[in-house]
Design a binder for this molecule. Structure first.
Ligand code: GLU
Length: 443
């Protein structure tokens, strides 16, 4: 059966590095397996879901290049969830409960005080028909709980190995609220069945949900998908993902000029046995993806890695990808290849092009040295091969070495104390401009 995975964000907020990881891992696995990738908006919470957040998620995924093959929205599928609910009711697996949130909270506090786990005590199961009629007469509406089988549920997790959760330790989950709103648990299972999801890949905060959902899959007669739960992301020193890091929204990263492939590479590699290195394409990341590489402890996120990867990707970027912005300024591929290793943004190439080709006032730090250098510069157009023998000759003539030799040359030739390799820049500066600058003339 061909692989089908899903990314199921709730459009109740922006995508950030934490929740985008699910998108990246699911996409890469689907791509590797030549399977399909479903984007599902978990928007059953009609109060908190907004069209703006949904549009933002679509824009972020498009920016990352994570194209979905199938799209679904839970708010279009309430009929399916109601049908499933009726089947669970008919099977006697659903029961109405009338406690208010305050009553439940009081009970939990009492259980904690007695040292008991705060598990729902199933008091509603003991209600008689008259009790229920009385409660409804008081204007109470029931919420609906799924009666767990209270047994160990086991599965072979593709990341965690054998997992066992005893549902006797869990509260019967509420599937529908008193106002009729479906909570996440049931719609997710119905969708996973209807869309024939083969692998559910999500964070380990869903491990307990999985045990509950396995019972629901079985109650509905659906085939169980494989499950893979990866550890969460923490800050770089193992601290819980802080507000600041957690709020590294994709929108902000995009606005900050981060390369989307830097985000993809970081999220693909973080917490795995692979080094965090840039990759130019999703196909390369997909080829390298393996559940077995995902570690069992938290993945530590260093936000500086995003910048580092982004800059590395820039240094790998071929001319074809930057020609549209640089060619109009008169820049050619040769210049791009000469300077790209020293750039922080593609547009900085413009800046160095001006340094090389537009008049500037040189900075003369050692006039004796630079004028000797002017005299010694070989005839003819300088090439990349000019620099080494020329500076050797200047060194021999002046006795200067290292920084004392190279910094005054750089300052005179570029007016700056840092930049691309001089041997690569010199051919673009050209002989006559170089000689003039070395003599302290604006050129
Ligand atoms: N909407 C859920 C979430 O964002 C989906 C979890 C899942 O993958 O099942 O947590």
């Amino acid at each position: 059966m061909s692989v089908r995975v899903r990314f199921a964000p709730s459009p109740t907020g922006k995508l950030h590095v934490g929740n985008a990881r699910a998108a990246v891992l699911n996409f890469l696995f689907a791509r590797q397996q030549q399977g399909s990738f479903l984007l599902r908006l978990d928007d059953t919470d009609t109060e908190r879901s907004t069209a703006e957040f949904a549009a933002g998620i679509l824009a972020d995924l498009a920016w990352l290049g994570l194209r979905h093959d199938v799209f679904a929205r839970q708010s279009d599928r309430f009929d399916r969830y109601r049908e499933a609910l009726e089947r669970l009711k008919a099977a006697g697996l659903l029961y109405p409960a009338y406690e208010t949130p305050e009553e439940l909270e009081r009970r939990r506090l009492r259980q904690r005080a007695l040292g008991h786990p705060p598990v729902y005590d199933r008091a509603a199961l003991k209600l008689t028909a008259e009790d229920r009629a009385r409660l409804e007469g008081e204007g109470r509406r029931p919420h609906w709980r799924f009666g767990l089988a209270q047994r160990p549920v086991t599965w072979t997790d593709l990341v965690r190995g054998e997992v066992k959760v005893d549902t006797a330790t869990l509260s019967d989950p509420v599937l529908v609220r008193e106002d009729g709103q479906f909570l996440y648990t049931l719609p997710s299972v119905v969708d996973d069945i209807d869309f024939a999801i083969t692998h559910v890949i999500r964070g380990e905060d869903h491990v307990v949900n999985t045990a509950v959902q396995i019972e629901i899959f079985q109650a509905l007669g659906g085939a169980l998908p494989h499950f893979a739960h990866y550890p969460m992301i923490t800050g770089k020193d193992g601290e819980k993902l802080s507000k600041r890091l957690g709020s590294l929204s994709l929108e902000d990263l995009r606005a900050g000029g981060i390369d989307p492939m830097a985000v993809n590479a970081l999220l693909a590699k973080i917490g795995t046995s692979d080094p965090i290195e840039p990759r130019r394409t999703l196909d390369e990341l997909a080829a390298e993806f393996a559940f077995a590489k995902i570690g069992h402890s938290a993945a530590r996120l260093d936000p500086d890695d995003l910048k580092r990867l982004s800059v590395k990707l820039l240094h790998m970027r071929p001319w074809a990808e930057v020609a549209a912005i640089l060619a109009p300024a008169g820049i050619g591929e040769d210049f791009w290849l000469a300077v790209r290793d020293n750039l922080e943004a593609a547009s900085d190439a413009m800046d160095w092009w001006n340094v090389a080709t537009a008049p500037l006032t040189p900075v003369v730090a050692d006039a004796a040295l630079t004028s000797q250098a002017a005299d010694l510069l070989p005839e003819g157009d300088p090439t990349e091969a000019t620099w080494q023998p020329w500076t050797k000759a200047v060194s021999a003539a002046t006795g200067k070495k290292g920084k004392d030799l190279f910094l005054p040359l750089r300052l005179a030739l570029t007016g700056r104390n840092h930049g691309p390799e001089m041997k690569k820049l010199l051919p673009f500066i050209g002989r006559s401009r170089a000689v003039a600058r070395l003599r302290g003339e604006r050129a």
